[in-house]
Design a protein around this ligand. Structure first.
Ligand code: FEO
Ligand code: CA
Ligand code: CA
Length: 673
């Protein structure tokens, strides 16, 4: 078929960094609460400066050392901070080495098809996917030089994926499309297979360089891989489809943003902005889809439902009620997305499992509290959309290392966080009969609550946050950190001297300490940092940020075994290197001391990308970091002219490709120390 005659772009609200705001409930905004605290202190102390300092000075009712019950020293940040950068390159501190590794299209399995823009959709299922994100290193036999690197592929830019797209006027959301609105079938297959997760064995050679090893573990999990549903939603009417009349199975995982590793050494991949992929032409759309941003529309993010040939595996992205019953169409297909998906990288034959008891929302990722023998398993997950919530799951059964497995995540209680003005907080159970979650109020049973997690959280009065992204747990104190990346829809007009964070473009980081164990229902919280420029950013002491520390839109977050807090930024491609964001340069990674709040810039990335995804070998001598969507800032005209904003990592006139960075020290020391 001749192609393309015209070029499609879907609803701009479906764009990558632009999660649709779909929370219309009247709950308090986190910003209001924060501002109230700052305001109260400003009145007491009489100035904005004092108010900011007061808000930032830690008021958690425990010291870092006291909480641990032991005098653990704060971690060193021994590297020399680097300046911001707008260059099309990766910069790391003096004494560090960086290697670009496994870019999109790298062959890892099957007949190892070589990278080319013209490889087929089937080839893509044997190659590293695109848009690298959350990641973990699983050592083989405890090695720090040999292991399985498991990483997410959040989405694709079709213009960089297909040879046939070269020369077309496509922006970062555009895709080739036939005149009748249909799409080339193999292009759609390639896009589906460039999503999902890669499992690849990697090994460090004697020269210090890391290489892909051909291995039976190497595997792609994609937007087409059969998956089992588990937990309370599995087997219910909510997830009955033509593909799975008993509601036990679905196909594929999509928009896999961050990830987590379980205490039993499996990988959990998050389904974040999955809602955008679905069309639905039904005149009435219920809360199971509407509350997640699916509206009446004939478009999906990439128009996969319009793939030529109309195969079942692509038609399912049309969630309209077209058959006589749910068993004859895909009206319920979106109800099988929005979960945390468990993958066992050590068993290449294993079927991924969607763990429905962890809730259904735009999961950014998941972070487990350190598992304690005989105690419940606890994990935290944020819903990354404007004004959405932070959740926690507590297992019903206790953890026993010898027998623990994913079934622990199928029984327990899902909670949502309420942050009170006085610095206290509480976890509200999303369970039948709790906090008004009753049939009379429209919540039939546990499966109904979980499929409608957002609506249930609205009902119980959770606190609306400024886009919760990654979480991390300090291994010494147990304090839980979450990034709140930004929220520019917090309305102007709410600002006053004590409320400087309305129209929150720069984001901030919150942390809390549970009352008692991680399974508790009360906590104390405060702010760790406010992102911003020299004027607006604040560190833990309430001081302004130095040139070496300014950052905006914190997203990726990880605390290493020495308690360094690693912060990765995702300033949206629509604003990066422009206006008030110009001073931050390209997206970057910093390290912070959780005790003193000292923060230093460690890495800057190439043009148009975000830094996201972080993992380390057990000896902390090798760090892996992802570079996602370099060149995304290329506009449609420049793309048509072959004038890409980035040519990273190959350079020259190459197309930009997402890739993993391998970071080591020249002296072989601990990264960051
Ligand atoms: Fe995929 Fe919320 O970042
Ligand atoms: Ca993210
Ligand atoms: Ca983000």
């Amino acid at each position: 078929m001749k192609q393309p005659q015209y070029i499609g772009t879907t609803d701009p609200t479906l764009a990558a960094g632009d999660e649709p705001a779909s929370n219309v409930s009247p709950n308090a905004y986190f910003g209001d609460i924060l501002d109230a605290r700052v305001s109260r202190r400003a009145l007491l102390r009489g100035s904005l400066a004092a108010a900011m300092a007061g808000a930032m000075a830690t008021t958690l009712p425990f010291g870092r050392v006291l909480a641990a019950g032991t005098d653990v020293p704060a971690p060193s940040l021994g590297f020399k901070a680097i300046p911001v950068s707008a260059a099309d390159s990766v910069v790391v501190p003096e004494g560090y080495r960086v290697q670009a590794f496994i870019p999109w299209g790298t062959p890892i399995s099957g007949d190892m098809p070589a990278f080319s823009l013209d490889t087929s959709g089937e080839d893509q299922a044997q190659q590293i996917g695109s848009h690298h994100d959350g990641m973990h290193f699983f050592p083989l036999d405890g090695s720090s030089r040999d292991g399985l690197l498991v990483l997410n592929h959040e989405y694709v830019e079709p213009r960089y994926l297909h040879g046939a797209a070269r020369g077309l006027a496509l922006d970062s959301e555009g895709f080739p499309q036939h005149e009748d609105g249909s799409r080339d079938r193999d292009q759609v297959l390639k896009e589906l297979n460039a999503h999902g997760v890669s499992i690849v064995r990697v090994r460090q050679g004697a020269d210090g360089h890391w290489q892909v090893v051909e291995d039976a573990h190497n595997r792609r999990i994609t937007g087409l891989t059969p998956m089992r549903l588990a937990g309370p939603v599995a087997g219910t009417e909510h997830v009955v489809t033509k593909f799975s009349p008993d509601g036990s199975m679905t196909r594929g995982t999509l928009n896999n943003c961050s990830s987590g590793v379980t205490p039993w050494n499996t990988y959990l991949t998050a389904e974040e902005n999955w809602a955008g992929y679905f069309a639905n032409e039904d005149p009435e759309i219920d809360r199971r889809q509407a509350r997640y941003g699916i509206q009446t529309r004939d478009t999906g993010r990439y128009q996969w439902h319009r793939a030529a040939g109309g195969a079942d595996e692509t038609r399912r992205f049309d969630a309209s009620s077209r058959g006589a019953s749910a068993r004859e169409d895909y009206r319920n297909e979106p109800h099988a997305f929005g979960y945390m998906v468990e993958i066992d990288p050590m068993d290449p034959q294993s079927t991924p499992v969607k763990r429905t008891h962890l809730g259904r929302f735009a999961h950014e990722g998941v972070i487990f509290a350190p598992a304690v023998e005989g105690q419940p398993v606890v994990c935290y997950s944020g819903d990354d959309s404007r004004f959405e919530y932070i959740y926690k799951f507590v297992s019903a059964r206790p953890f026993h290392a010898a027998s623990a497995d994913g079934s622990l995540l199928d029984e327990g209680t899902l909670y949502v966080a309420r942050f009170n003005e006085d610095g206290s907080g509480e976890w509200l159970a999303l369970a039948p009969g709790k906090h008004g979650l009753t049939p009379e109020n429209g919540f039939t049973d546990l499966a109904d609550i979980l499929v409608n997690t957002r609506s249930a959280a609205d009902h119980v009065g959770a606190t609306k946050m400024d886009r919760p992204e990654w979480g991390a747990v300090d291994p010494v104190t147990g304090q839980v950190y979450f990034t709140l990346t930004n929220n520019t829809r917090r309305e102007p007009g709410q600002e006053d001297a004590a409320n400087p964070r309305s129209d929150n473009g720069f984001g901030h980081i919150i942390r809390w300490q549970e009352d008692g164990s991680h399974a508790g229902t009360r906590f104390a919280w405060d702010l760790f940092m406010l992102g911003g420029d020299r004027e607006h950013g604040r560190n833990l002491a309430g001081d302004t940020l130095s040139e070496d520390a300014i950052f905006a839109s914190p997203d990726g977050l990880w605390i290493d075994p020495d308690c360094r807090v690693w912060i990765q930024t995702d300033i949206s491609e629509s604003v990066m290197n422009n206006g008030i964001f110009d001073v931050f340069g390209n997206n970057q990674m910093l390290a912070a001391n959780p005790e003193t709040g000292e923060i230093k810039r460690f890495l800057t990335g190439p043009v148009g990308q975000e830094i996201t995804g972080i993992a380390m070998t057990p000896d902390q001598r090798t760090m892996f970091v992802n570079v996602q969507h370099p060149g995304a800032t290329t506009d449609a005209e420049a793309f048509a002219a072959g004038d890409f904003a980035s040519h990273w990592p190959e350079g020259g006139d190459a197309i930009p490709r997402s890739a993993t960075l391998v970071i080591t020290r020249e002296d072989g020391g601990i990264v960051g120390a």
